[in-house]
Design a protein around this ligand. Sequence first.
Ligand code: SF4
Length: 337
Amino acid sequence: MEKRIIIRDILNKCLDGGIPTREEAIALVQVELDSEEFYSLCYVANKLSREHFGNKGDVVAQIGLDYAPCSRNCGFCSFGRDAGVVKERLEWDTDTVVKAALAMVEAGANGIYLMTTADYPFKKFIAIAAAVREAVEDDIPLIANIGDFNYEQAQKLKEVGFSAVYHALRLREGTDTGIPRTKREETIANARAVGLAVQVCLEPVGPEHTPEEMVEQMFWAREIGATFNGAMKRTAVPGTRLAGLGEISFRELARLIAVTRLVMGDRATAHCTHEPNLPALMAGANLIWAEAGPNPRDVLPDTAAGRGQSVRKCQEILFEAGYDLRQGATPSAYPAG
Ligand code: SF4
């Protein structure tokens, strides 16, 4: 009974413009899935998002450039070298990437992400990005989703026309991934220092993650000034080190989406979920991802033929959730004013 009253008080505070404390967020992450509190939590996050984002839904398009074993060996990723899931090395050439980007923009994507493994040569990435920037109209933002980079490389990203990077601190970074947490944070600082927006997400969530560590990550995202946060559940790619731990459900993901949304408060310029799903869009998410090319959650060289969704499919999902499709750039690709 006491817990029920506390949850209601927290939600009322959020409706009045406040955000939960860490302790309150930990309580919210644990509300029972079939309870009145769960639906109240989703109601509040959904209401705040609809109002704050003007009921606009964003579809962003991500294109992977390389399908290759990666030396960082993240335990959830099909490219992790030691997992041996991906053995060959395939790369999308410039023409293929440009054509994919143009097709996704033509279909209505609100931003283009170019993604590589951590071992992909930076110079080659910049060359392909320059071709994409030239081909795609200026008002569609480019966002880089690549390995760690130094200050000079951050400047290069800016010069070639990126306005943002997606660079999450993954859950159990340094333990479940082959990258020290400090390295990821240095990269984020480099991006911010040159004026790139930084986007993150609570990811990749599995059943083993505790409320405390997830809430800590939510507040970290708020404190570094991320332009969006959200939540992504881990896909149990067969053969990867963490696949045996299983997956959370979309309902559990929706609960995390809602709490993450409340923690971000008015600082969020979009709220992301992955993979695209309706429960998250009923709980505060308004941004979903279409994908093509190699992808760490897939075993096929082109995820458009596998797990990846098309821009059109994402638009249909946003429609089902009652969102109006945004025209033009997602605001999350630019540093907050
Ligand atoms: S998640 Fe990125 S850094 Fe980690 S193994 Fe996969 S491609 Fe490499």
